[in-house]
Design a protein around this ligand. Structure first.
Ligand code: GDP
Ligand code: IMO
Ligand code: MG
Length: 433
């Protein structure tokens, strides 16, 4: 089973870190393909909890090679902070490979992210403020800095000049900020280039050679389907492609090398930042879910918005990613509820004012924003499920809940998370064979 993609099926924070760690024991390479340090992936090993932002979560498994693919945007300052933090805890990062074609997040991208959000006011996206959007905007505008640009002083200066020419005008004249100093920026980036050199590689070649040799590669997505720049709830999205297709463009590996696409999905739904969220619970039920599920951001610490499971979203994720399996996480969080609502369709209002029921994702964002969930009620359970390791040992109502989610989401559930620890897992079907 050589090429496996793992992506988020909702709005992020589904437990991709834990799922990567689970599969990581059986793979040779783990490659991040999109996003940057806007991600916050948690891996819990015994008493130790690791929060990975830019590095692939697989790095915790000492036998595998972690890769940062060309589709990732790399903030070198954050990368070294993360490497040093992990190494001080005994995690070896020396095998890390970073694509020479990945784009760099420079300090001015972070500045622009923050001032743009402030300028947008009530229209803001609620970004993580890490410079992600501005770095991808430069990539698409063809004024980005790539990792291999950091190895040539003259070349780098030309690129930084080209990039800052327009930005400094904007910062000074529109945002009333100080201009960015070109010399200082170039000097700092060159220093990071020197430090980065030992890690930099032609990662597309490395991954293709590994796959051709029968090795297993796990492609670990940051963010999630509903945050995808093309397929998500635009404009309330991130600036990359976290969907399965992004794994190919973001690593330079062709789709014929992919054997499996795993979607990680929570047994309920959460979202951070602004944007529509049909099943969101604004009252006591939302507060209950946030408390039970410890729903606070790993990257920004923001409280996550919480709501019931949305099968329209899950079905859409199955479709746009071509999912072969789901990993269902945080099922334990629902323990204690008498009855669990599950959204199976929406009532939406069209531009002409008419209302109709849909069971597929509306492509019109105005319709999606108007969506009122249609709920089906599933009986809950009170038993502690965190020590259960076989599906058949789950309470019957829990089994029914899982089977119903599977049915309405259009894809089989191959593993179930019953707690944050490594062994809080029920494997129903193998994820790697
Ligand atoms: P990611 O961004 O998709 O990797 O997810 P995050 O790490 O941001 O958020 C998931 C949170 O849920 C983390 O604190 C995990 O430790 C925790 N977690 C993962 N799976 C489970 C599970 O099955 N049950 C419970 N209770 N917690 C889980
Ligand atoms: P993981 O990988 C949840 C959200 C931000 C904001 C929007 C755009 O941990 O699941 P950005 O900084 O990317 O320009 O912000 O996307 N966002 C996430 N939400 N989990 C994430 O990552 C996210 N990464 C970005 O909150 O709404
Ligand atoms: Mg996260």
């Amino acid at each position: 089973m050589p090429g496996i993609i793992l992506i988020g099926a909702q709005w992020g924070d589904e437990g991709k870190g834990k799922a990567t760690d689970l599969i990581g024991t059986k793979v040779d390479y783990v490659a991040r393909f999109n996003g940057g340090n806007n991600a916050g992936h948690t891996v819990v090993v015994g008493d130790e909890s690791y929060a990975l932002h830019l590095l692939p979560s697989g790095i915790i498994n000492p036998h595998l090679t972690p890769v940062i693919g060309n589709g990732v945007v790399v903030d070198p300052e954050v990368l070294f902070e993360e490497i040093e933090g992990l190494e001080s805890r005994g995690v070896d990062c020396s095998k890390l490979l970073v694509s020479s074609e990945a784009h760099v997040i420079a300090p001015y991208h972070r500045t622009l992210d923050k001032v743009t959000e402030r300028f947008l006011g009530k229209h803001k996206i609620g970004t993580t403020g890490r410079g992600i959007g501005p770095a991808y905007a430069d990539k698409i505008n063809r004024v980005g800095i790539r990792i291999h640009d950091l190895f040539n002083a003259e070349h780098l200066r030309n690129k930084v000049e080209a990039s800052l020419h327009q930005k400094n005008q904007m910062l000074v004249k529109l945002y009333n900020r100080r201009a960015i100093d070109i010399d200082e920026t170039v000097e700092d980036l060159l220093k990071y280039g020197e430090k980065l050199k030992p890690y930099v590689a032609n990662t597309s070649l490395v991954l293709n050679q590994a796959l051709d040799a029968g090795k297993t590669v796990l492609f670990e997505g940051g963010q999630a389907t509903m945050l995808d720049i093309d397929h998500g709830t635009y404009p309330f999205v991130t600036s990359s492609n976290p969907t399965a297709g992004g794994a190919c463009t973001g690593t330079g590996v062709g789709p014929t090398k992919i054997d499996r696409v795993i979607g990680v999905v929570k047994a309920y739904t959460t979202r951070v930042g602004e944007g529509p969220f049909p099943t969101e619970l604004l009252g006591d039920d939302g507060e209950w879910l946030r408390k039970q599920g410890h729903e606070f951001g790993v990257t920004t610490g923001r409280p996550r918005r919480c709501g019931w499971f949305d099968a329209v979203v899950a079905r859409y994720a199955t479709q746009v990613n071509g999912l072969t399996d789901f990993v269902l996480t945080k099922l334990d969080v629902l323990t204690g509820l008498e009855s669990i609502p599950v959204c199976v369709a929406y009532d939406v209002t069209s531009a002409d004012g008419s209302t109709h029921r849909v069971s597929e994702m509306p492509v019109d964002q105005a319709e999606f924003t108007s969506a009122t969930p249609v709920y089906e009620q599933m009986p809950g359970w009170t038993e502690d499920i965190s020590t259960v390791h076989s599906f058949d040992d789950l309470p019957q109502t829990t089994q029914n809940y899982v089977h119903r989610l599977e049915e309405i989401s259009g894809c089989r559930i191959s593993a179930i998370g019953t707690g944050p620890q490594r062994d809080h897992i029920i494997e129903v079907h193998s994820l790697t064979d």
